[in-house]
Design a protein around this ligand. Structure first.
Ligand code: TYD
Length: 137
């Protein structure tokens, strides 16, 4: 399958009741991978662009558990798409070897990221030219 077609919005089950909302994301069940790492990004100025990298190994699911942000994804061979994250029960799945820019953070944005790997700076590609070279190999 084409890499851009693997990127998809996910709807997670909600178990809300009169006490409030509860959203469930289970590794290898609600998402395709086992969750090895969780991090979250907040307090980013709306003018900031984060990410600006691709990962050789890691797959991610991004969920704006509060507020809003956008993610632009590129495959390095001319295709790009923008996803708006603005609901706590909705995420976007991003496979490995996709260029990612996160931006347009609302002041209250808390962007939760679930990752398939432990952190390894060596699997990050932070130069767009290098990314294009690697996907074109
Ligand atoms: P960075 O990759 O620049 O964040 P973003 O993708 O949001 O632009 O990471 C910021 C800093 O945090 C950088 O010094 C690396 C470090 N970091 C870790 O130590 N572990 C992690 O899992 C992540 C995602 C980042």
């Amino acid at each position: 399958m084409h890499k851009m077609n693997k990127i998809q919005m996910l709807e997670f089950s909600q178990k809300g009741d009169n006490r409030g909302h509860l959203v469930i994301v289970e590794g290898e069940q609600d998402i395709s991978f086992d969750i090895k790492r969780v991090f979250y990004i907040y307090g980013s100025d709306p003018k900031v662009i984060r990410g600006q990298h691709a990962n050789r190994e890691s797959e991610f699911v991004l969920i704006n558990v509060a507020g809003k942000s956008k993610i632009k994804v590129k495959d390095g061979v001319g295709n790009e798409a923008i996803y708006c994250l603005d609901r706590p029960h909705t995420g976007v799945y991003i496979p490995a070897m996709v260029w990612k820019d996160m931006y347009d953070f609302s002041e209250d944005s808390v962007l939760l990221v679930l990752a398939s790997t432990h952190y390894d700076p060596g699997e990050y590609i932070r130069d767009y030219g290098e990314f294009v070279r690697e996907v074109s190999k």
